[in-house]
Design a protein around this ligand. Structure first.
Ligand code: MTE
Length: 321
């Protein structure tokens, strides 16, 4: 088998409460096991883009010896919640928590409709009561070359899609973020055509790795990370993982996505992580893992190739960006 298709299956783990992560971390710190914050160079782009390089001040240390299935340490909680992309609030990666402080995420509902037999509007109570929440430790790779390892809480999207029952004509799933200008500073800045839209092919959406996440590190989802519910598609660049979802529509044709609409030559619909296909403005061959110094090789399909390659058997990998 090709070396780059070498990921191992991801096992959902029992949910680990945040205090357990934290006490382990404190212990390791006392033992001198955790390193200094990594000295990473920041190279934030001049133009807004769906991600950018990390700020060295926010890097922190690696959180613990909890790891993903490849043995990679979790990214520090503070880095995950302190360095985020949520352009409805700001194009800055920092201070988003403060700007999103008054974002009302309770009550919340998600409308699921389009080409389905049982359209339904779910409240968050419905969702949390109905779909068993599991922990999934996933790598997240941003298109601008930084990455994290995040312990999400959530449930596979297919559990929800199975309930609404897509019709035979449904081939894609379209997602939409809330648009609440009086709670989102930059929603009407004119920089982006909000609401933020994303999409997946139906078989990608039905893949067991595709998650609707409701929390991280055993805690409810912080506003800046996409409260109260967001998508996580770990083999795709981070911009596909749309936050604060209010609408999911099953459709027949490939739906428009925000980044593909504003810069079609830079951001494709598929956006699968591929170190061999450069973005027009930068290479995708390597990445900075937040909390580490230096760069590491980017894994094909972000290390999930074995699980997801059957989805793309008939496609030319070079056009998958
Ligand atoms: N979803 C919405 N609604 N708005 C955004 O600006 N940013 C995307 C994605 N989802 C974004 C979004 C980008 S570019 C990335 S890299 C990830 O969210 C970042 O997720 P994180 O901030 O939780 O790390």
């Amino acid at each position: 088998m090709d070396k780059k298709y070498c990921s191992v299956p991801v096992q959902p783990q029992e949910v680990t409460p945040k205090h357990v992560y934290q006490s382990r971390r404190k212990f390791l710190k006392q033992m001198g096991v955790l390193g200094m914050g990594a000295l990473l160079a920041s190279c934030a782009p001049k133009l807004p883009s769906p991600g950018s390089s990390p700020d060295p001040n926010l890097m922190g240390d690696q959180s613990s010896n909890f790891t993903d299935e490849l043995g990679d340490a979790l990214t520090a909680y503070e880095a995950i919640i302190g360095y985020t992309n949520f352009y409805e609030f700001t194009t800055s990666k920092e201070g988003v928590a403060e700007l999103a402080e008054n974002f009302v995420t309770d009550p919340w509902s998600i409308e699921v409709g389009g080409l389905v037999k049982n359209p339904r509007t779910y409240s968050m109570d419905d969702i949390l009561g109905h779909f068993t929440q599991q922990e999934r430790i996933y790598r997240m790779r941003c298109v601008e070359g930084w990455s994290m390892v995040i312990p999400w809480l959530g449930f596979p999207l297919h559990a929800l899609l199975d309930e609404v029952v897509p019709t035979e004509d449904a081939r894609y799933v379209a997602f939409e973020t809330a648009l609440v200008p009086d709670q989102m500073n930059a929603a009407e800045s004119g920089m982006f055509p909000f609401p933020y839209l994303e999409g997946l092919r139906l078989d990608e959406a039905m893949h067991d790795l595709t998650l609707l996440a409701t929390g991280l590190y055993g805690e409810p989802m912080p506003a800046q990370n996409g409260a109260p519910i967001r998508l996580v598609v770990p083999w795709k660049y981070g911009f596909k993982s749309i936050k604060s979802i209010v609408r999911i529509n099953l459709v027949a044709d490939q739906p428009p996505t925000l980044w593909n609409t504003v810069a079609p030559h830079e951001y494709g619909f598929y956006a699968n992580v591929n170190p061999d296909v450069s973005h027009p403005r930068w290479s995708q061959a390597t990445e900075r893992r937040i909390g580490e110094s230096g760069r590491r090789a980017t894994l094909f399909m972000n290390g999930y190739a074995e699980e997801v390659m059957p989805l793309y058997e008939d496609m030319d990998l070079d056009v998958l960006f």
